[in-house]
Design a protein around this ligand. Structure first.
Ligand SMILES: Nc1ncnc2c1ncn2[C@@H]1O[C@H](COP(=O)(O)OP(=O)(O)O)[C@@H](O)[C@H]1O
Ligand SMILES: [Mg+2]
Length: 280
């Protein structure tokens, strides 16, 4: 099976009547990095919350590796699909960071020894050893996000769903997050994330899904983001590098690639920094 997630005709309106999703159908490829891209209010968060049953489907169906996301299957689904909330306050509620990170594996029924192993490894991977005994509520946003991602890592889900994973992070920490997530992808995990940052999606996705007003306008390879009509329809700008290399046969996706190409033409090499969000 090549799909980690199958979504068919998902529709959702919030209890106050606000419509958020209108007939979303999508296949998410296994072991790929898929970016959901859209302006504020386009339905990204609502769609992501359906993927592990945080929001139950009103109409339509989500399947995780053939397992329907429904009330009876929630424990199984949550072992397979980890969700990182945009706002880490939705995720952190223990009295210490350590307790928060241990919550997931404990809930999954692992023995104490395995829990300790997973938590220590997650803390080490994210580099928050000095925060382990602190209460989450008094951390900075970046520290909270790191604690939340450590909690996700400790559960070792096959599919990681991250809502705006880099929002509010400084470029260095965002770069560290990308490295952690890339490392996991290298281990065969599937990553789905939302963003409104076209440059990020252009440089750091295998597949993109372009959303507007609760609908998918198009999905496929990252080259879609060079389609001016599509981007205009989605009220998004072309990625900066797509704009710069619009009439060129070469299409660098990151500042580093662009720098390499330009230096090959004998031009002074770029600094390799580009926009912070480009980041690779
Ligand atoms: N709790 C809520 N109650 C009512 N409407 C909501 C709620 N959360 C989101 N919405 C609405 O649902 C639509 C989709 O929102 P959302 O999924 O948060 O979009 P995005 O994540 O792309 O910014 C928007 O119109 C938004 O105003
Ligand atoms: Mg959102």
């Amino acid at each position: 099976m090549t799909h980690a997630l199958e979504i068919d005709n998902l529709c959702y309106a919030y209890p106050d009547g606000t419509p958020a999703l209108h007939g979303i159908s999508l296949r998410v490829k296994k072991e790929k990095k898929t970016a959901l891209l859209g302006t504020n209010g386009s339905g990204k968060t609502t769609l992501l919350y359906h993927l592990n049953g945080t929001i139950p489907a009103q109409e339509g169906l989500v399947r995780v590796k053939d397992c329907p996301v429904c009330k009876e299957n929630l424990p199984r689904v949550r072992r397979m699909v980890g969700l990182l909330f945009d706002n880490p306050d939705n995720q952190l509620f223990s009295t210490t960071v350590y307790g928060d990170i241990a919550f997931g594996p404990r809930n999954m029924g692992f023995a104490d020894e395995e829990i300790t192993k997973r938590v220590d490894e997650a803390i080490r991977r994210v580099g928050i050893e000095e925060l382990a005994e602190r209460p989450p509520y008094c951390l900075s946003l970046g520290q909270k996000k790191r604690a939340a991602i450590a909690g996700l890592l400790a559960m070792e889900p096959e599919i990681m769903v991250c809502d705006e994973p880099f929002s509010g992070l400084d470029p260095a920490v965002a770069g560290q997050f990308r490295e952690i997530l890339d490392h996991l992808k290298g281990q065969g995990k599937t990553l789905v994330y939302s963003t409104h940052d076209v440059d990020l999606a252009y440089g750091w996705a295998d597949e993109v899904v372009v959303m507007k007003e609760g609908r998918i306008l198009d999905s496929g390879s990252v080259d879609l983001l060079c389609d001016e009509d599509l981007m205009q329809e989605a009220s998004l700008q072309l990625p900066m590098l797509a704009e710069m290399f619009k009439n060129s046969a070469i299409k660098p996706r990151t500042a580093r690639e662009a720098s390499r190409i330009l230096s090959g033409f004998g031009l002074p090499a770029a600094e390799g920094r580009g926009r912070a969000a480009d980041g690779v």
